[in-house]
Design a protein around this ligand. Structure first.
Ligand code: FAD
Length: 376
């Protein structure tokens, strides 16, 4: 008999898990309180970077590289482009730092990356200041995912594979799921509820949910991605892309903002984010120093203390799984994480304590900001 799963949450994690389970003959119900890809979920932005550099962390690098293959498969199934083949460039301020660790790890894993001459960097961006950089690391197979569109494509494919989607808020009750006062049961329940997880599982899930802004500035011709690569300034706590579909040149100030409630937050940028963006633009991309803000997006990170995600069975209900704590760098991995969770719940893999619900030591080195921030 086919086993049944209930997956709560249709962000990139829940949608990927539901899609993968359905492809492997599970009967799946996906429950989402709003629309898949909605503006309040962490996965609902315009774009997200895909990069393979993760410092010394091989597992995340390999998972992201596997995800690239699976994103290409989704593009073929959906008949639309979801991953812009732009490459990603890291602006390294020093030798021997995170970018050097990443370069060594990628070389070991056979994932393409190479350092660029300043002149090559200058050809990639119409105006860039490179004098403060020790080197730049280029990942030619990195790129930009069309995030909201990709989540919706995942859910559509999951539906074609037989997943039923229920539009309602769900509440945990032991190993069951309560929807509209009715208790539902399954062989396995997965709660993939992003920033809602700490509120749904108080005392079980520890993660901070913080305000994060993305600022888009108007840029003239020549600044569009995929010609302009995705870029990350790890020590400068800033990342971005070129203009995608006329939305503007994107910058993400990558410090952790104030704690927020994902339901009630007014999604407006803070003055601090705007000021950091302006200062960075003037310094790194001088020609855009005075460019007008044409669009903003406000989202949230759900960060664990050490930036490793949570992928773990509930301590009291072994058939209930908690998946989240994306910590500002989960999107790109979505479909590969779906595959990983499929192996865990079918017993083919043992849960990794690094992704467990226990105590964690503070650390942020999986993210794109080595200073105090998070992201990508
Ligand atoms: C500004 C910003 C930039 C980022 N940049 C990148 C990047 O460049 N690259 C990258 O890889 N990652 C990036 N990330 C991180 C990435 O977006 C997240 O890690 C990822 O989207 C998390 O997905 P999720 O499915 O866990 O959560 P979500 O996308 O938030 O999905 C959770 C879903 O669960 C639903 N839900 C919650 N509670 C309930 C309930 N009780 N009943 C029913 N439904 C419920 C919610 O409505 C929501 O749709 C970024 C994040 C932000 C905020």
């Amino acid at each position: 008999m086919r086993r049944k799963a209930i997956v709560v949450g249709a962000g990139v994690f829940g949608a990927s898990i539901a899609d993968h389970l359905a492809a492997n003959r599970w009967k799946v119900e996906l429950i989402e309180q709003y629309e898949p890809g909605h503006a309040r979920q962490s996965s609902g932005g315009e774009t997200r970077l895909i990069r393979y550099s993760h410092g010394t962390a091989e597992w995340y690098a390999m998972l992201a590289y596997r995800a690239r293959e699976l994103w290409h498969g989704l593009e073929r199934d959906a008949g639309e482009q979801l991953l812009l083949r732009s490459g990603v460039v890291w602006f390294a301020h020093r030798e021997g730092g995170w970018e050097s660790d990443s370069a060594a790890t990628l070389a070991r894993l056979g994932i393409p990356a190479r350092t660029l001459e300043a002149s090559e960097l200058e050809r990639m961006f119409p105006s860039i200041e490179t004098r403060d950089l020790a080197f730049a690391l280029h990942e030619p197979q990195g790129g930009v995912l069309m995030a909201r569109r990709a989540v919706r494509a995942l859910v559509r494919r999951a539906q074609r594979r037989g997943v039923t989607v229920t539009a309602a808020p769900a509440v945990p009750d032991g190993d069951a799921v309560v929807v509209g006062g009715e208790k539902r049961r399954a062989d396995v329940v997965v709660w993939a509820c992003g920033p809602w997880l700490p509120g749904l599982f108080p005392g079980v899930v520890t993660a901070s949910v913080t305000h994060q802004d993305v600022i888009y500035v108007g840029a003239p011709a020549g600044w569009a991605t995929p010609d302009v690569p995705g870029w990350v300034d790890y020590d400068g706590a800033m990342y971005g892309t070129g203009d995608v579909e006329g939305t503007g040149f994107k910058l993400g100030p990558d410090f952790e903002g104030e704690p927020i409630d994902p339901d009630s937050l007014d999604r407006l940028p803070t003055q601090r984010s705007i000021d950091m963006t302006r200062t960075y633009l003037r310094r790194r991309f001088p020609a855009l120093g005075a460019a007008p803000i044409v669009m903003t997006r406000t989202c949230q990170y759900t960060s664990t203390p050490d930036a490793n995600w949570i992928v773990a069975p509930h301590p009291e209900h072994p058939s209930v799984w908690i998946v989240g704590g994306g910590s500002g760098h989960g999107f790109k991995h979505g479909p590969a994480l779906g595959e990983h969770v499929g192996r865990l719940i079918s017993g083919a893999l043992e849960p990794d304590p690094i992704l467990g619900l226990g105590r964690r030591s503070p650390g942020r080195n999986l993210r794109t900001a080595g200073v105090e921030g998070a992201g990508t």
